[in-house]
Design a protein around this ligand. Structure first.
Ligand code: FES
Ligand code: FES
Length: 156
């Protein structure tokens, strides 16, 4: 029996199409960071706990350390690099800046993707819905309050 150890896949990331040969065991986060040089998505744990690697895959928020690259074949992916325009932050990014919602910034890409996914689905979330949306994202610096305030401000 032949064992498939690598496969050529195609993905669209932030509107650009890429084709790469990947090992069957390669994770999406490593495809993004190491093969496509999109290092905005961070790796905080590699075990699905911290949320630093969160991206939007075919309009669904995922932790990219929990997805094999081959599972993303044919998918459209959004990463933090795709949020802002050439010269303009999204209202959510601006709110993070205005509300001092980041310190070391390690969690910020994942927080932004989780909050972006929330606000697209639910532009006026309740306090509970905001808290629930970022419950899979760990921040060791801020105490979460400023992040919460930033998301709330962006929703207003
Ligand atoms: Fe993916 Fe922590 S690196 S959840
Ligand atoms: Fe440092 Fe969140 S700002 S981990």
């Amino acid at each position: 029996m032949d064992v498939v150890t690598s496969q050529t896949i195609g993905v669209e990331v932030n509107g650009t199409t890429y084709e790469r040969e990947v090992e069957a065991r390669r994770l999406l986060i490593h495809l993004l960071r190491d093969d496509l040089d999109l290092t905005g998505s961070h790796i905080g744990c590699d075990t699905g706990n911290c949320g630093a690697c969160s991206v939007i895959l075919d309009r669904t928020l995922v932790k990219s350390c929990m997805v094999l690259a081959i599972q993303a074949d044919g998918a459209s992916i959004e990463t933090v690099e795709g949020l802002a325009g050439e010269e303009q932050l999204t209202p959510l990014q601006q709110a993070f800046s205005d509300h001092h919602a980041l310190q070391c910034g390690y969690c910020t890409p994942g927080m932004l993707m989780s909050a972006t996914a929330l606000l697209r689905e639910n532009p006026k979330p309740s306090d509970e819905e905001i808290a629930k949306a970022i419950q899979g994202n760990i921040c060791r610096c801020t105490g979460y309050w400023n992040i919460f305030e930033a998301i709330k401000a962006a929703s207003e």
